[in-house]
Design a binder for this molecule. Structure first.
Ligand code: ADP
Ligand code: GLC
Length: 489
C-alpha cells in the first residue's frame, strides 16, 4: 500500500508530546511491513536543516498554495526518518512556520494548518504519487479527508484514495471563527445548518474530520470507549457515536530503539532485567545532577509531563502537602501552565532536599528520569494512550497511574491482582479522580518499595512486557484495509 502520513509534529524534528513519538516511529513500522510510506510535516524554524539532512527539492520548485485568497509559495525539503528509508517531506512556508514554535496562539493559527493541509495535497499531486491511504493525525490535518473528497475531487488521481483520522487527544479540536472554512475554500454548506464542520457557531476542524474520514481511530481501546461519553468526549461524543461503526481503538507502541535501558545513550549506566544493578547507579547520578542527596532507602518519584490539568495536576495540588510529607524524594520535569510551575517551585522551597524541578523541554533529562527514579507518577484525568508509563515499565520504574484510557490498558494494579492470588501486577492504579485516591496509591507504592522481593517482582513484571510497535502497526494495516473498503463501498 502507498500511505501518506500527515502530522504536525514528528520526533526528532519537532515535539511537544506523544504525537511526535508516534509519528517518528509508526511510519517506519508500517514501511517495514512492506508498504510505501511518506511522512509530511511543516518545516518549522526550530530544527537544523543540516543536522537532520534536509534536501531542497529543486524538481518540485515553487508550489503556489492559496489561503484566505492570498497565494503563498510553498517549497519542499526532504529527508529520511532516522535509521530508515522512509521519506519525510517538509512543507516550507516561512510566513506561517517561522515562528520559533510548533503551535501558537496567533490570530492566524487556522491559516497555518490550512496552508499545511492544502500544501500536502498539492505536493502529493506534484509528486504524481497516488496514495491508497492518507493517514491524518489530530485537528491540524483533519480537514484533509474533506478537501480530498470535495475541493480536489476533480483530480482523478485521488479517486481511490481513502482517509484515516487518528485522534490523539479529543480536547484539542481546532475551533475557529466561521470564516475559517472560507479561508480554506471549503464550501459554506459544510458549515451552515449544523453542517459537519460547525460546532457552537464556529468551525471545528476535528469534527469535520470525524464526519469525513473513511475510518477513525484513537490510541487505546479504553479511550475509544470513553470518547463516546460526555465526560470524555469534549463535545465530540455525538459525532463519534454517529460514526461508531467506523471508529476503533489501537494502542500506541514504543520505539524500543529509543527507549531501552540496555542501549539508551542518554543514561550513564545501562541495565536490563537480568542485571538491574545499573538502575541504582543511575538514581545516584540523577540525584546528584538534580542537586538532591542520595539515600538508597528513600524512593525517588518522577514526573515527566506537559504541565496541564489533563495530566492530574489539579489533584496533585490538593494532595501536595500530603505527598511531600511521605518519606520520598521527587524529580519533576515539565513545561506548560505557569500555575503548576509555581506549585512545584513552592514545594521545592518548602521541602529542601526532597524536591527538584526542571521547567522546560529536555529530552535527555526525560530519559535520565525514566532510568533513575523508582516510581513514575501519572495520575491523568484522561489519557488517550500515554507513553511515559509504558517507557517506565521497560525501565523497571514502577508506574502509579489513574485507571483511564491507555493507562488502564497498560498498567496492572499490583494489589488488585494479588487479592486474586496473582503476582502479575506492574504498578499501581486508582479509579476515583480525587486527591485521596491518589495519595493512597502513592502510599502503597512507597510502602512496597521497602519490600525488596515484592518490588523486584513488580519491576520485572513490567520489564517483561512488550509494547513494541509491530503489533499495533499490523492493526493499522487492517484499519487501512477497512478504510479502502468503506471508500469504495
Ligand atoms: P502527551 O502526548 O499527552 O504529552 P504522552 O505520554 O503520550 O503524553 O507523551 C509525552 C512525551 O513527551 C513523552 O515522550 C515524554 O517523555 C515527552 N515529554 C513530555 N514533557 C517533556 C519535557 N518537559 N521534556 C522532555 N520530554 C517531555
Ligand atoms: C496525545 C495524548 C497521549 C498520547 C499521545 C500519542 O498527546 O495526550 O495520551 O499518548 O497523544 O498518541
Amino acid at each position: 500500500m502507498k500511505i501518506a502520513f500527515l502530522s504536525s509534529e514528528v520526533f526528532p524534528y519537532a515535539k511537544t508530546g506523544g504525537l511526535a513519538d508516534v509519528s517518528g516511529a509508526l511510519p517506519k513500522e508500517i514501511a517495514a511491513l512492506g508498504n510505501d510510506v511518506k511522512v509530511f510535516m511543516p518545516k518549522y524554524n526550530i530544527f537544523g536543516e543540516v543536522e537532520y539532512g534536509l534536501h531542497y527539492q529543486w524538481d518540485l520548485g515553487e508550489i503556489p498554495v492559496r489561503v484566505d485568497g492570498r497565494v503563498h509559495s510553498v517549497h519542499v525539503h526532504k529527508s529520511n526518518l532516522p535509521d530508515s528509508n522512509v521519506e519525510i517531506y517538509f512543507i516550507d512556508c516561512p510566513h506561517y512556520f517561522h515562528r520559533f514554535r510548533i503551535y501558537t496562539n496567533d490570530f492566524d493559527e487556522d491559516e497555518r494548518f490550512i496552508l499545511f493541509q492544502k500544501g500536502v495535497i498539492e505536493v502529493i499531486q506534484h509528486l504524481k504519487w497516488k496514495p491508497d491511504i492518507i493517514h491524518c493525525n489530530d485537528w491540524q490535518t483533519a480537514l484533509v479527508p474533506l478537501l480530498v473528497k470535495d475541493n480536489y475531487s476533480w483530480d482523478r488521481m485521488f479517486d481511490g484514495t481513502a482517509s484515516v483520522l487518528t485522534i490523539h487527544n479529543v480536547a484539542y479540536q481546532g475551533r475557529f471563527a466561521k470564516n475559517s472554512f472560507a479561508k480554506a475554500e471549503i464550501k459554506e454548506k459544510y458549515f451552515l445548518h449544523g453542517g459537519i464542520g460547525e460546532y457552537e457557531g464556529g468551525v471545528n476542524f476535528l469534527k469535520t474530520g470525524i464526519y469525513s474520514a473513511d475510518v477513525i481511530n484513537t490510541v487505546s481501546e479504553t479511550y475509544a470507549r470513553e470518547l463516546l461519553t460526555p465526560e470524555f468526549g469534549y463535545g465530540m461524543q455525538n459525532s463519534l457515536t454517529y460514526r461508531k461503526n467506523s471508529f476503533y481503538g489501537i494502542l500506541n507502541g514504543v520505539d524500543y530503539k529509543l527507549w531501552n535501558p540496555e542501549t539508551d545513550p542518554f543514561i550513564p549506566h545501562k541495565y536490563s532485567a537480568s542485571d538491574l544493578s545499573g538502575k541504582v547507579k543511575n538514581k545516584k547520578y540523577l540525584l546528584n545532577h538534580m542537586h538532591l542527596p542520595f539515600d538508597e532507602n528513600v524512593p525517588l518519584i518522577g514526573i515527566v509531563s506537559r504541565l496541564v490539568t489533563q495530566k492530574g495536576f489539579d489533584i496533585i495540588a490538593y494532595a501536595l502537602n500530603h505527598l511531600m510529607e511521605l518519606n520520598a524524594q521527587w524529580v519533576i520535569l515539565g513545561s506548560g501552565e505557569y500555575k503548576y510551575e509555581e506549585m512545584f517551585q513552592h514545594a521545592k522551597n518548602h521541602y529542601p532536599g526532597k524536591v527538584s524541578v526542571y521547567f522546560g523541554f529536555n529530552n535527555e533529562l526525560a530519559h535520565l528520569i525514566e532510568a533513575g527514579v523508582d516510581i513514575f507518577l501519572m495520575p491523568s484525568h484522561y489519557e488517550p494512550c500515554g507513553l511515559n508509563q509504558i517507557y517506565s515499565l521497560k525501565y523497571g520504574t514502577v508506574p502509579v497511574v489513574r485507571k483511564t484510557g491507555g493507562l488502564a490498558d497498560t498498567v496492572q494494579d499490583w494489589n488488585e491482582f494479588l487479592a486474586r492470588g496473582l503476582e502479575i501486577g506492574t504498578g499501581y492504579s486508582f479509579n476515583d479522580y480525587t486527591a485521596n485516591a491518589l495519595i493512597h496509591s502513592v502510599q502503597r507504592a512507597v510502602n512496597d518499595f521497602h519490600l525488596k522481593d515484592v518490588w523486584k517482582k513488580i519491576q520485572l513484571n513490567g520489564m517483561s512486557k512488550d509494547y513494541s510497535w509491530k503489533r499495533s502497526a499490523e492493526k493499522y494495516i487492517d484499519l487501512y484495509s477497512k478504510a479502502i473498503i468503506s471508500r469504495t463501498a
